[in-house]
Design a protein around this ligand. Structure first.
Ligand code: ADP
Length: 509
């Protein structure tokens, strides 16, 4: 082979364009720098003045804050020494070697792939060493990022697995059953506990309709339509109902919850949930309701006769001129009415929860019912102003008495929870096969937090504004049950201190 210089190469020109290179003397352990090309100065962020005449390891000392570089500095010195002794090029492993930020005591993280090649003269003696250093920091950083992403997804997978395990533990210890409907083909899969609760054999297969068939007769239609609607409209589900076990004919009360899950990479979209045995609690509730129903019923009879005597006395006193007794009797009358409403409320709750509320459906014109309800309250109270904004004659097929009960409850709450002189607007509007009635007041309003629980049984807002207003928190609960049994919707818009708008919608043909 011919010497390179004899061929065509001008070494100085080559040196300038070569990869980052520094030339050092073969004087271990110093390795004095004698030349460096622009590429090397650039990549090490150094100027020639920073390097000239210095030992290579003196110009690039160890970063004292990085313990890992100790070996790298040593291995660079060892590699250079080896190149001098063996007269053979030495390749260093890819490694971290931080470079000094000139003019400060700081260092910058860098990764390098370097080779140390001896240059020999004609006598075979090493005249200098060429240290070529390729900066591979970017590639290393990309690899590190990928690795940490991989590690992260591994960590995520582990924490998901742990969460799943915890969830399974919770489900098992709460003795819950689980169910899962594949929305693509409508197939249902259930856990063993689910089958046990529903009285199926462990290896038995069944369809959703088989499940609906073992729901108690009084509840079947309601449960079937609620579950079907929840699945169709992808809404969350919470429902309580009795079942008669498939093979053991055992009565159990079940609380079922469900939620829609969107399709993911490998999973089709599904509707899944849990079932729980709430028989004990439900039977307790039923006993309590029976007791309340019995007591309320027993209170009703004496109260009716007290009411009759008060009416008789009022009649007798009318022309007697005994004003004090008249006023006292009127007050007794008001209190009896309050007690009567209360007892009626308790009886309604008890009946409703025993599934004994029947709807007597009939066609009637909604605006007439609203007009009548407003006329009645206007006759009884002069404390508030009423505005009616009625829709044209919309006929609904509903239980007239129960819808009146809902409207009256909205109106009496609007009066109770807004100041004297307040404006109460009753409106009615038709849209998308529904009609919506709303009662708007300018009263104390309700916080967002309370709004979520307002339609729960016995829920009352606890605040300085409501402390002195009597009530038991059953009115809205009854309203919600009545509206839901009509396949309607009930709700409220309100802001604290800004008044409230209670509304309900009913389906129309
Ligand atoms: P009650 O009024 O007998 O307590 P309800 O079930 O009718 O029972 O109402 C539940 C609670 O909702 C009330 O205690 C009250 O705090 C709140 N509420 C109902 N209607 C209104 C309204 N129009 N404005 C403000 N708060 C209301």
């Amino acid at each position: 082979m011919k010497a390179v210089a004899e061929l065509c190469i001008d070494f100085d020109a080559y040196f300038e364009f070569a990869p980052p290179t520094v030339i050092v003397r073969p004087d271990p352990p110093r390795f004095t720098i004698i030349a460096a090309n622009d590429g090397y100065l650039k990549v090490t962020k150094s100027s020639w003045a920073d390097l000239e005449g210095k030992g290579l390891l003196e110009a690039f000392p160890q970063n004292p804050k990085d313990a890992t570089t100790t070996n790298n500095v040593a291995s660079l010195r060892e590699s250079l020494t080896k190149a001098v002794i063996t007269k053979l090029p030495q390749e260093l492993p890819s490694q971290k070697y931080d470079i000094p930020v000139r003019g400060t005591d700081q260092f910058e993280t860098r990764y390098w792939k370097a080779t140390n090649s001896p240059v020999l003269n004609k006598q075979g003696e090493v005249t200098c060493l060429m240290h070529v250093a390729l900066d591979i920091s970017e590639a290393i950083q990309i690899a590190q990022k990928e690795r940490s992403a991989l590690e992260m997804s591994e960590a995520q997978r582990k924490s998901l697995q742990q969460m799943e395990e915890r969830l399974r533990l919770a489900v098992d210890s709460a003795k819950m059953g689980t169910w899962h409907i594949d929305l693509k083909n409508g197939n249902i899969t259930t856990s063993l506990r689910f089958k046990e609760l529903y009285g199926f054999n462990p290896d038995e297969q069944f369809s959703i309709d088989d499940l609906f068939n073992i729901v108690g007769d009084d509840y079947r239609y309601r449960v079937t339509s609620a579950i079907k609607a929840a699945i169709e409209y992808r809404k969350p589900l919470t429902i309580e109902f009795p079942i008669i076990g498939r093979h053991n004919q055992k009565l159990r009360w079940i609380r079922a919850t469900g939620k829609h899950y969107e399709a993911e990479d490998s999973q089709p979209s599904n509707y899944s949930g849990t079932v729980m045995d709430i028989t004990e609690r439900k039977l307790d509730e039923i006993r309590k309701n029976d007791f309340i129903a019995m007591v309320s019923h027993e209170l009703k009879t004496p109260l009716t006769s007290v009411k009759a005597y008060v009416q008789m006395l009022t009649g007798k006193l009318k022309n007697s001129g005994d004003n004090f007794s008249m006023v006292a009797l009127q007050k007794v009358h008001v209190q009896i009415e309050k007690m009567h409403t209360l007892i009626k409320g308790f009886l309604d709750v008890a009946r409703l929860e025993a599934g004994k509320i029947q709807l007597n459906l009939q066609n009637f014109v909604l605006s007439e019912l609203l007009q009548q309800a407003v006329d009645e309250v206007e006759g009884l109270t002069k404390s508030h102003q009423f505005i009616l904004d009625l829709c044209d004659s919309v006929t609904v097929n509903a239980d007239k008495d129960k819808i009146s009960q809902v409207v009256n409850n909205f109106l009496s709450n609007a009066i109770k929870y807004s100041p004297h002189g307040g404006l109460i607007t009753i409106s009615c509007a038709k849209h998308d096969g529904m009609v919506t009635v709303s009662v708007k007041d300018t009263g104390i309003g309700i916080s967002k937090q309370d709004q979520e629980r307002l339609f729960d049984r016995f829920y009352r807002v606890e605040s300085a504004d409501t402390r002195n207003i009597s009530g038991f928190g059953i009115g809205l609960y009854l309203c919600a049950e009545i509206v839901e049994r009509h396949n309607g919707h009930i709700g409220v818009f309100s802001e604290q201190g800004q008044g409230s708008t209670f509304y309900f919608s009913l389906p129309i043909d």
